[in-house]
Design a protein around this ligand. Structure first.
Ligand SMILES: [Zn+2]
Length: 198
């Protein structure tokens, strides 16, 4: 998956998880200024194993170390990678550090889910337990990274979902009713997306 698709999936996951964070007593300010950016960082982090990736180009030295040590879609794409951050969070059991590590792990997991939608999936995802390749879709629905299909999914599924979930979830705090102004806004966004796609 492309970096912008991963960021979009991370953003969608971050917005959708917000009500749960509120139920757990996480302050809105803390969520939006710290946890959401960490989810987005996590949603890019596994591709640090590829120096040509968006995050690999941002941190070339670290990326080179990872690319020499592991193959692409290797260790940073295995289930064990986010679980390390979950375990560290549980060990620290700290009011701020633990939610930060959990947010990072969640973002990494969302990245992995995105890659599981592609043709190559994630080989050896459950390392070291078993070697099966992890994919989420039947063969005919999987897409190639950077393909037209991925771009169409980004424009017509992910972006409208982000807009809708942001409006529903963040609007629900001040008003339970989706008012006409918001509906017009959604309509405008969808029309703009349609124009870009054409
Ligand atoms: Zn990846």
């Amino acid at each position: 998956m492309l970096a912008k698709s991963h960021i979009s999936l991370g953003l969608l996951g971050g917005i959708v998880a917000y009500p749960l964070a509120q139920k757990l007593g996480v302050a809105k300010e803390f969520y939006l200024t710290l946890l959401l950016p960490l989810i987005l960082l996590g949603s890019l982090l596994p591709d640090i194993d590829e120096p040509k990736s968006f995050i690999g180009r941002k941190f070339p030295a670290i990326s080179r170390i990872f690319s020499i040590s592991f193959s692409h879609r290797g260790f940073t794409h295995f289930l064990i990678f986010p679980l390390i951050f979950v375990a560290l969070g549980a060990i620290f059991a700290h009011d701020i550090i633990t939610p930060c590590l959990f947010a990072l792990a969640y973002g990494i997991f969302l990245h992995q889910v995105g890659d599981m939608l592609t043709i190559s999936g994630i080989p050896h995802y459950f390392f070291p337990l078993f070697r099966k390749k992890a994919v989420l879709l039947p063969q005919m629905l999987r897409f190639r990274t950077g393909s037209v299909a991925e771009k169409l999914i980004l424009i017509f599924i992910l972006t409208p979902l982000i807009a809708l979930s942001a409006i529903y979830i963040f609007d629900a705090e001040s008003s339970q009713i989706l008012n006409m102004q918001k509906l017009k806004e959604i309509d405008r966004i969808l029309k703009a997306l349609g124009e870009i796609a054409l």
